[in-house]
Design a protein around this ligand. Structure first.
Ligand SMILES: [Zn+2]
Ligand SMILES: [Zn+2]
Length: 416
């Protein structure tokens, strides 16, 4: 077996790994680079069978639903089979109705925790991991007596942290080569740790209690762990969480009734359809979606009166609706995603709008990626013969932190 990383030896984003064995090939991930301005002008990596037909390319395995891992798939010849988690497929499909230039993907096979699947000469054994993206997998790939382990994106301080503990206490054995993400290197010093989702929950409870009016939380609806954190904190603070149709559909698409959603049995939850979304649903011919939220709807004229008992999952453009409804007195905006998004675009606009209007603005967030200390625990547990950094801007730090590190280049074939 041999492999090459097309993108990711020196950057976060655009991850793509090609594996070859006995004349057959598979790809692990096919992400959009973070630097890509749009899909049309971003070329596919140089892999036979992506745009043309090649019988030796057996499929693309997607570790999870973040675009830096699947974003280039819409450009691929649709005959190439896709393999991903079932919830990943449903969430991407649900989001496609709401997110600009999004698409639905169709999986040929599903990844399931610890269930090996055979793809030609490759046996892929997925391990569900803790990550800010839902239904995310690390995976072991064996072929021709060799073993590769790919970490995907993962962390140890989220709501599914037990999975990280399980991976470390029962690691894949005899790994010849491990590809390990290093997103946190350079963002956090080696002995620092990230707050856990539980820590965040406590902070949110306090802040919701201190807020006079509506608490507006700007987070990705697809960060399911975070939505659960916010929901739990809202409930503890005696508030209801208001979501829009996009969040409602994403939460339903998880297929887990343990996740808050507009369904029987859930309290402290309401669905508000902002004006712009109402128009969008009509234009797309999917206005009937809202029938599924019966009993959970909240209307413009109720927003002001319920503001002090509400937390809203929010994006900057929803400010207009709240303004019209006179629901912004005593409001607070909480940014709950990467702070890098505040330097330009919609994030920067929202922040300056809050400043101008005297709306309190702060950030409450934790990383979707493992700290250096947790990565160390992972590398030590798996103890690969060779460890290659991926999904990192700081690969030079790997040799001082981990054993058996090799630094390679994008596009370089590595014999395993
Ligand atoms: Zn990710
Ligand atoms: Zn990623």
């Amino acid at each position: 077996m041999r492999l090459r990383i097309h993108r990711g030896t020196r950057e976060i984003g655009g991850t793509c790994i090609e594996l070859e064995s006995e004349g057959a090939r598979i790809l692990l991930d096919l992400g959009l680079p973070l630097t890509a301005s749009d899909l049309a002008s971003t070329p596919l990596p140089n892999v036979d069978g992506l745009s043309t037909v090649s019988a030796s390319l057996l499929g693309i395995v997607l570790s999870h639903g973040h675009r830096d891992h699947w974003g280039l798939v819409p450009k691929v010849n649709p005959a190439v089979p896709l393999i991903m988690g079932k919830a990943t497929e449903s969430i991407i499909r649900a989001a496609a109705d709401f997110v600009p230039d999004a698409v639905a993907l169709n999986a040929r096979h599903y990844l399931e925790h610890r269930k090996p699947i055979q793809i030609g000469p490759f046996t892929v054994t997925p391990r569900l991991v803790d990550h800010s993206g839902f239904d995310a997998y690390a995976m072991e790939i064996t072929s021709g007596g060799k073993r590769v382990f790919y970490s995907g994106d993962l962390r140890a301080h989220g709501r599914k942290r037990k999975l990280f503990g399980a991976l470390i206490s029962d690691p894949p054995r005899n790994i010849d080569l491990m590809l390990m993400e290093g997103s946190s290197l350079g963002r956090l010093s080696d002995d620092e740790t990230f707050p856990s989702e539980e820590d965040l929950e406590e902070t949110f409870v306090t802040r919701f209690e201190q807020t006079e009016g509506i608490a507006l939380v700007a987070c990705s609806a697809q960060n399911i762990d975070r939505v659960v954190t916010i929901y739990r904190a809202a409930k503890r603070a005696g508030r209801s969480l208001i979501i829009d149709a996009y969040a409602a559909e994403v939460l339903k698409a998880t297929g887990r009734d343990s996740i808050p959603q507009p369904a029987p049995g859930w309290s402290n939850l309401a669905v508000y359809i902002p004006q712009r979304q109402r128009v969008q649903l009509k234009m797309k011919g999917i206005a009937a979606l809202v029938d599924g939220y019966r009993g959970f709807r909240i209307w413009s004229e109720q927003l002001a009166e319920r503001a002090s008992r509400s937390v809203m999952l929010f994006r900057g453009w929803m400010m207009k609706d709240l303004d019209r409804a006179n629901a912004l007195a005593g409001a607070r905006v909480i940014w709950s995603q990467w702070e890098g998004y505040l330097t330009e675009g919609a994030g920067a606009t929202l922040k300056s709008e809050c400043m101008d209007r005297g709306i309190a603005f702060e950030s409450i967030h934790t990383s979707g990626h493992a700290s250096p200390a947790d990565l160390k625990r992972l590398a030590e547990a798996i103890a690969p013969n060779r460890l290659i950094p991926i999904h990192t801007f700081e690969r030079e730090r790997f040799p001082s932190l981990f054993k058996n590190v090799s630094l390679i280049d994008d596009g370089e074939w590595i014999e395993i």
